[in-house]
Ligand binder design. Structure first.
Ligand code: GDP
Ligand code: CA
Length: 323
């Protein structure tokens, strides 16, 4: 059985995984999920990217939105607002709340996040092994201008505050994964990478999703040293993120929002192959000049079949570079 490891963020990662599972239903897939987006709200631990993967693969996702539960209601949120208790900008529905309550309760009882995630997945049966990148707390913060702090002053805000509340409307100067230096990969993460036949970077955010996972000490080295080919799919198509605001966080790390620049950002030390969208066929030569085999294929995840075709192209490139 083919062992595939995928480093996944939220929506981009989850949708790609659905296509991958359709393309290779018998594969043994381990997902290493980003937890840098995690946030504590109302005393609860919320893990947006892990939940997006779990709900998407488990059939509970709100399809159009791409995050949160289908058939959601918001009674708890309305009641909290009636008490004047926020934040009101983070959409937590009643069904979703239950997940965070169970998670928080188990963490308080002493279980590590990896064990909690496994327990939650016992209900959702996502069909993959879903591992948080780390059991330790890592929280992505974004450095922005602080208009109240005088000329040149900056402040750090939680990634969710930047992304969800501010809609990335101001420039990000730096991305700071607080706690990353002290974090250890969760049990099974390094072992899965070492044992993989193929490692995939889905079209997830290269900075605050895949980049955060690679930033857990030991993970980048494990991926670089892995025997398996590492193949990435560009989240940038035609010079823009397909959805979301990845251009803002790419600018913060000095990377242009092009398919080729993202490939060079990962680098030939990490990537053994890179897929760009057909509209970016011009980028192939530039990526290959950087020492990364590259192909241009359709990369729009319009439906499961189109996404499965992307996954097959990634696996085909893996075989090609392995040979
Ligand atoms: P998040 O945690 O929910 O932001 O999700 P991810 O980090 O997994 O993925 C977000 C990225 O997915 C964005 O930067 C988008 O550019 C990319 N993306 C979303 N839909 C598509 C698609 O259909 N095709 C490609 N190539 N990229 C996509
Ligand atoms: Ca995310």
């Amino acid at each position: 059985m083919q062992r595939i490891v995928v480093l996944a963020g939220g929506i981009g990662g989850a949708r790609f995984l659905r296509g991958l599972m359709s393309a290779v239903p018998d594969a043994d897939i381990t997902v290493i999920g980003n937890t840098g987006d995690d946030i504590h709200l109302f005393g609860l631990k919320v893990c947006p990217d892990l939940d997006t993967v779990m709900y998407t693969l488990g059939g509970g996702i709100h399809e159009e939105q791409g995050w949160g539960r289908a058939g959601e209601t918001f009674a708890v949120k309305e009641e909290l607002a009636a008490y004047g208790v926020g934040p009101e900008w983070f959409g937590l529905g009643d069904r979703d709340f239950a997940t965070h309550i169970v998670r928080t309760q188990m963490l308080a009882a002493g279980y590590p996040l990896s064990a909690v995630t496994e327990a939650l997945c016992a209900r959702w049966r996502p069909g993959v092994r879903l591992l948080p990148m780390s059991d330790d707390r890592v929280e992505t913060h974004v450095m922005i201008d602080d208009p109240e702090g005088g000329p040149g002053a900056r402040k750090a805000v939680h990634f969710q505050e930047y992304w969800v509340r501010m809609r990335a409307s101001v420039d990000a100067h730096a991305i700071v994964p607080v706690g990353a230096e002290q974090a250890k990969p969760a049990p099974g993460v390094l072992e899965a990478i070492a044992a993989a036949d193929v490692i995939l970077f889905p079209p997830s955010n290269p900075v605050v999703s895949v980049g955060t996972i690679l930033g857990v000490p030991g993970v980048r080295e494990a991926v670089a040293d892995a025997a398996a080919p590492v193949i990435g799919l560009s989240p940038i198509v035609g010079g823009a993120p397909v959805r979301g605001m990845a251009d803002k966080v790419l600018a913060a790390v000095g990377v242009e929002s092009t398919a080729a620049a993202v490939a060079r950002h990962y680098g030939s030390g990490l990537l053994d192959g890179w897929l760009v969208d057909s509209v970016d066929a011009d980028a192939v030569a530039e990526v290959e000049e950087a020492g990364i085999p590259c192909r241009a294929v359709p990369l729009m995840m319009t439906d499961v079949d189109a996404t499965a075709a992307m996954a097959r192209e990634a696996l085909a490139l893996a075989e090609e570079v392995r040979a």
